[in-house]
Write a protein that binds this ligand. Structure first.
Ligand code: HPA
Length: 280
């Protein structure tokens, strides 16, 4: 057994002493997007610090805990407080909770983030469902020896975000009369925001939104055969020719004010997810 697998199993064994709940759906909540966790009827809440091998979240606006419970009648586990590459974690650390969630039964992963909008049709405060991504992190969580019991050496990425789930999200948004745009997400390491020349480049290569997360978690979820649905809240308008000074407080404020709409969409999606049997 690889070291990684051993660590996953030790984390899972600890979590199992706290809750028997087998969540089929996992949720990763991004910056300023903790509101969904209040919609979960909790059965167990575990601080990252308690769980063996779990990295601690260092960003002030993030809280580090796993919330187990039900959302829309479905069993879920939510990560309140995500780990970013720019905090200094390795890719393996950033994605470790995704691996643990998979071992706990998670087969569908919902990811949210705050992102800069580069598509000129996007205004701040809108929500984008991620159809595809570009990895410009300069790193990859799958580098190193592959554990074939976790997933294949060369995972397919022809559908990194489930088309079925995208269509489901669009149906939910339509029913709720919430604007939802499709788009490509590009991940950069950060922590600085981009220069005008960088935004121009990122737009040119085909991205609609840019952020500093989500792609590592998506890659590991795909490695393990999970279905992923991703959302970006567009918190600032990143148009190179009219770029304004970005203020992190404003970015977080926009994320907070948009969050109730994203929470409604994500809750609606979870409610309508088919119940799947988990087997590992
Ligand atoms: N760039 C990168 N990450 C971000 C941005 C941005 O403009 N806005 C919110 N997160």
């Amino acid at each position: 057994m690889t070291e990684l697998r051993k660590r996953i199993e030790e984390s899972v064994a600890f979590i199992r002493t706290k809750t028997p709940l087998e969540p089929a759906t996992g949720i990763i909540l991004g910056t300023g997007l903790g509101g969904l966790s209040r919609e979960i009827v909790p059965e167990a809440v575990i601080d990252y610090g308690e769980i063996p091998h779990f990295p601690l979240s260092t960003v002030e606006s993030h809280r580090g805990r796993l919330i187990f419970g039900t959302l829309g009648g479905k069993k879920v586990v939510a990560m309140q407080g995500r780990l970013h590459y720019y905090e200094g974690y390795t890719m393996e650390q950033v994605t470790f909770p995704v691996r643990v969630m998979n071992f706990l039964g998670v087969r569908t992963l919902l990811i949210s983030n705050a992102a800069g909008g580069m598509n000129p049709q996007f205004t701040r405060g809108i929500i984008m469902v991620i159809t595809d991504h570009i990895n410009l992190l300069g790193d990859n969580p799958l580098i190193g020896p592959n554990d074939d019991t976790l997933g294949p050496r060369f995972p397919d990425m022809s559908e990194p975000y489930s088309r079925t789930l995208i269509v489901l999200a669009e149906r939910v948004a339509l029913d709720l009369k919430i604007r939802l745009e499709r788009g490509v997400f590009v991940a950069v390491p950060g922590p600085n925001l981009e220069t005008r020349a960088e935004y121009r480049f990122l737009r040119f290569i085909g991205a609609d939104a840019v952020g500093m997360s989500t792609v590592p978690e998506n890659i590991v979820a795909n490695h393990m055969g999970m279905k992923v649905l991703g959302f970006s809240i567009i918190t600032d308008e990143c148009f190179p020719d009219s770029l304004q000074v970005a203020k992190v407080e404003e970015i977080i404020a926009v994320a907070n004010s948009t969050e109730p709409r994203l929470t409604a969409i994500m809750k609606g999606v979870v409610e309508r997810l088919p119940v799947v049997q988990s087997a590992r």
